[in-house]
Design a binder for this molecule. Structure first.
Ligand code: 6CS
Ligand code: FE
Length: 301
């Protein structure tokens, strides 16, 4: 059989509209892909296109908050998960920081992700069926909970997971009250329209480091300064049960939490079924499926 040229194209010949993990600084890239691909009907999402995020009050009832808090407490204390790769601990304190693939560990979380009040918002924004690219619970303990430095999630998902375009949204559902003082998420409104190429090549198994503290795939201080001057910085605060839905390329980060008030959330990433993963754009190997899922089965409504 004669191989067609297209059968043998090396991965590096693909058109990459979001080049990153470079060895020399490069200009910011203005996004050409839409933010909202469908028709927004939920009034809470009215400013999503312009801001790149929207907050949703009372997504969960007080009873649901109590039930899910008990569920994630159970996961964090489960002896069967102690040595599981899906559990990420804090570098300094060894406390549980994140647990990945929680939709496979908890039937209640799997069911929540499928509900129309949750997946329905993602379908409206992305204009297609959606599947779960990633799910996790983040636990930010009081006193010594460490934050996440400024980053765009899409930068990592493109470079390390092979997500072609920023046609994905994340929903962070607060299970504790988010105050300005306890490490709540900071976002740059409108920054989802600008892609910041990052410096440095991705080492093998980079996720083992980056999920504790990310150093490669984060913008320079000059990049952050120019974005912050252009877009400003807002903070998401809200009661337990409220949620933040945000575009995959929104610049965001959080400070550490030295208050006694912990901050935990369920984090669900919905990707369009028309944006399924290919080979990583800037990493030697794709990350494991529990971080970047390769099961593209649409969530049934
Ligand atoms: O790795 C991920 O998928 C997510 N976590 C971190 C710390 N950075 C990129 C992205 O938000
Ligand atoms: Fe993030």
């Amino acid at each position: 059989m004669v191989l067609q040229h297209s059968d043998t194209l090396p991965v590096t010949d693909r058109i990459d509209r979001y080049p990153t993990r470079l060895d020399a600084p490069s200009d910011h890239i203005e996004r050409t892909h839409p933010t909202v691909w469908g028709k927004v009907e939920n009034p809470a999402l009215a400013n999503f296109d312009a801001d790149g995020f929207a907050s949703v009050d009372e997504l969960l009832t007080a009873d649901e908050v109590a039930d899910f808090s008990a569920e994630i407490g159970r996961l964090a204390g489960d002896p069967a998960l102690r040595d599981d790769d899906r559990v990420i601990v804090e570098k300094a304190s060894n406390q549980v920081r994140s647990i990945f693939e929680v939709h496979r560990l908890s039937a209640a979380i799997a069911e929540l992700a499928r509900e129309s009040r949750v997946a329905g918002m993602a379908r409206q924004l992305l204009g297609s069926d959606v599947y779960l690219h990633q799910s996790r619970v983040n636990y930010m303990p009081g006193f010594r909970g460490s934050g996440f430095y400024w980053h765009s999630d899409f930068e990592t998902w493109h470079a390390e997971d092979g997500m072609p375009t920023p046609r994905a949204v994340s929903l962070s559902i607060a299970l504790t009250d988010n105050y300005p003082i306890n490490g709540s998420l900071m976002v740059m409104p409108g920054s989802h329209r600008t892609f910041v190429p990052c410096l440095g090549s991705t080492p093998a198994e980079h996720y083992r480091e980056s999920l504790q503290e990310q150093e490669i795939g984060v913008p320079t201080e000059a990049d952050i300064t120019s974005l912050a001057n252009r877009y400003g910085i807002s903070q998401f605060t809200g009661r337990a049960g409220s949620a933040l839905l945000f575009d995959s390329n929104l610049m965001h980060g959080s400070s550490s939490n030295i208050t006694p008030f912990p901050r935990s959330n369920i984090f669900l990433v919905f990707n369009s079924v028309e944006n399924t993963l290919v080979e990583p754009f800037a990493a030697p190997e794709p990350r494991p499926g529990y971080i970047g899922s390769r099961d593209f089965t649409p969530l049934s409504s």
